[in-house]
Design a protein around this ligand. Structure first.
Ligand SMILES: Cc1cc2nc3c(=O)[nH]c(=O)nc-3n(C[C@H](O)[C@H](O)[C@H](O)COP(=O)(O)OP(=O)(O)OC[C@H]3O[C@@H](n4cnc5c(N)ncnc54)[C@H](O)[C@@H]3O)c2cc1C
Length: 382
């Protein structure tokens, strides 16, 4: 049984604890999903999660508007990740993909949210380009105003849900100023003429991922989210909400790795006694539990701070993401070690966790970038 003691921490309200318990029950019945065809699996997971009502926290409820509840997002990601990495991915992208619409969308744009929250439409967040991943402000993609339209030209890459999404939030250069100040965000339906999937990308933990090509994609001016020149600020506000949730997913993977290790250490006998009696094994277990609790404290501090109305949680979210993802990698590596040969056997749960965790240290700001962000906050230079 995974450690649930963190739910007693003062960061949470009774509704968070009830949500965690109910979701745990749903996961035990419905996950892991079959992953053979990753596109089909993701579509099914979005539909299942939508039907169960679990996607509601991912976006603004237009009938009852209020801020996104970051603690609920984190608890959900942590729980889903512990059961099935692809289920966490399907959930997370419904939020990241629509974050700009929840925070800055017009009433017309927000009509999409009823469908994404119900699992009837799949969303994607298209920021990265071949020449600008970490260096977002170096973006090449253009959005040129032409009468009542914008015309988008360029490429996006590493786009999660690329190929299966119904809508993309796309960032492009409208050119009000050089660098970060000249960007804007657009809502682009997947069937827009000129938008094509240039390449499907395969990664070590498979999920739908693509490079997108935009050739003269004409959009009505109403597709603009917020104002021209606001794109960078919008992207950063979305990441400010969702960055801690990446840490929460890592925490879920790490908790699963510890659970599997505890089972292994108590069941497997080495030198005539359970492995758990070996002091060096106990050392691994202690380090894993310590890293997990420390990561959870940072994540739920960031989530609580945001939920309490802090306009930005740049420092808290960067610390949570950096620490939780880096430490989860170490926790999972220890789990692989404790499993011996089984740990590297294809299809074993700790082998899949070892692959799942890696990309989390790269996307939504690589670990090195989080260090830069934290240092600037501490130095007071940002
Ligand atoms: C599985 C996966 C899913 C993704 N999903 C999405 C998505 O849905 N939407 C989207 O827009 N993008 C997505 N991305 C893209 C992701 O955000 C970028 O890969 C990431 O920002 C890094 O950009 P890059 O790959 O261009 O690497 P680069 O920018 O070339 O960086 C390479 C490395 O350089 C180092 N580095 C970079 N900047 C600094 C710095 N300032 N100081 C010190 N070191 C530094 C880091 O170690 C970094 O990993 C995804 C990526 C992956 C792998």
């Amino acid at each position: 049984m995974p450690d649930r003691s963190f739910l007693a921490w003062p960061f949470f309200e009774p509704r968070h604890r009830e949500h965690a318990e109910a979701l745990e029950g749903w996961c035990a019945k419905n996950l892991p999903a079959a992953h053979g065809d990753v596109d089909a699996a993701c579509r099914d997971l979005v539909a299942m999660l939508g039907k169960g009502g679990w996607l509601k926290p991912t976006a603004l409820d237009t009938a009852n508007p209020g801020p996104l509840d970051v603690r609920t997002l984190c608890i959900t990601r942590e729980t889903l990740a512990r059961h099935d990495g692809l289920a966490d991915f399907a959930f997370a992208m419904q939020g990241l993909g629509t974050g700009a619409i929840s925070l800055y969308g017009s009433a017309g744009q927000q009509r999409w949210l009823d469908r994404t929250r119900a699992g009837q439409a799949i969303s994607a967040f298209a920021l990265s380009e071949p020449r600008s991943g970490s260096d977002v402000a170096n973006m090449d993609m253009t959005a040129a105003r032409d009468g009542d339209s914008y015309v988008l030209n360029g490429e996006k890459t590493w786009i999660s849900n690329g190929g299966i999404a119904d809508l993309y939030v796309v960032f492009a250069r409208t050119g009000e100023a050089p660098g970060a100040k000249g960007l804007a965000a657009f809502l682009v339906p997947a069937d827009s003429p000129g938008l094509t999937i240039a390449e499907r990308l395969e990664v070590i933990a498979p999920h739908p991922l693509a490079r997108l090509s935009f050739r003269h994609v004409r959009l009505p001016a109403s597709a603009l989210i917020g104002k021209p020149g606001d794109g960078f600020r919008i992207a950063m506000s979305v990441l400010d909400v969702f960055r801690s949730t990446v840490g929460a997913a890592a925490l879920g993977f790490a908790r699963r790795a510890l659970d599997e290790s505890l089972k292994r250490a108590s069941e497997r006998k080495l030198f005539g006694a359970p492995m758990a009696e070996l002091q060096m094994v106990q050392g691994h277990i202690a380090d894993m539990a310590l890293d997990i609790d420390a990561a959870a404290l940072l994540i739920y501090r960031a989530a609580w701070t945001k939920d309490m109305g802090a306009p930005r949680v740049t420092r808290e979210a960067a610390m949570a993401k950096l620490f939780a993802t880096d430490k989860a990698q170490e926790v999972i590596d220890r789990a692989v070690q404790l499993h011996g040969g089984d740990g590297v056997r294809r299809g074993h749960i700790v082998e899949s966790l070892y692959r799942e965790i890696r990309a989390l240290r790269i996307y939504e700001g690589a670990s090195d970038v989080q260090k830069v962000v934290i240092a600037r906050q501490v130095l007071g230079t940002s």
